[in-house]
Design a protein around this ligand. Sequence first.
Ligand SMILES: *Cc1c(COP(=O)(O)O)cnc(C)c1O
Length: 235
Amino acid sequence: MNVSIADKLENVRKRIQKATISAGREANTVELLAVSKKKSADAIIEALKSVQTKFGESYLNEALSKQEQLESLCSEADYAAIEWHFVGPIQSNKTRPIAEHFHWVHGVDRLKIAKRLNDQRPANLPPLNVCIQINIDVEESKAGIALSDLDELADAVSRLPNLCLRGLMCIPKAGQSEQALSERFQQMRAALASLAAKYQSVDTLSMGMSKDLEQAVAHGSTIVRVGTDIFGERD
Ligand SMILES: *Cc1c(COP(=O)(O)O)cnc(C)c1O
C-alpha cells in the first residue's frame, strides 16, 4: 500500500497533537518541520498542498536546486510562504548560500560559523534564526557542543546583530533506552529554560524525529523535525 504524503502528514500531525495533550501542554505549541532532504521538489509540492510550510534540508546543493525548481513551479505567494530550515552539518566555505537562502539554521556549533553567517546575511533580510546544536550524548563523531560550553557560545552568538538566537537543537544517540532518551531530553529542556531566562529571543527547542517525536514533545520540544514518517524511507 502506497500511503500518500498528505495522509502521512496528517498522521504525524495527529501524533504531535496527541503527545501535546498527553503532556498537558497547550494545543498547537509544537511545530512540524518536514525534513525533505533527498526527496524531490514534487514531494515538497505535495506537502505544500497539505498546508505544510516549514521544510528542512541537509545538503546545500540539493536544497538550492530544489528551491530554484519550486520558485518556478509555485506561485510567488506560495513560494514566499515557505520557511526553509537548514538542518545539516555546516562547512565554513558553504555559509554564504546558507545565509542567503534560509530562514533558520539548526546546527550552529562554532563561533566561526556563526560569525560567517552573520557577516554574510544579506542586509535586506531579517536576522537569520539560529539554534545552537548540543551534542547531548557526547558522541565523538557528532556535531554540537557540550552543555558546559553553551554559555560562552550563546553569549557570543547573542551579540551578532544579523543572527537571532532562538534556542537549542539536538540529535540524541540512536538506539538508547527510553529512559536514557528521556534523561537527555530533560537535560535539553533544563538548558533551554536557563537560556530563555537570559535571552528574550530564545523560545525554541528543536528535538524529536520520526521515531522519538512523542518523547521529545513530552519533554518540551517546540519543533519536531520529521522526514521518514512524512516522505518515506530515504535511499
Ligand atoms: C534527517 C534528519 C531528520 C529527520 O529524520 P527522520 O528520522 O527521517 O524523521 C531530522 N533532523 C535532522 C538533523 C536530520 O538530519
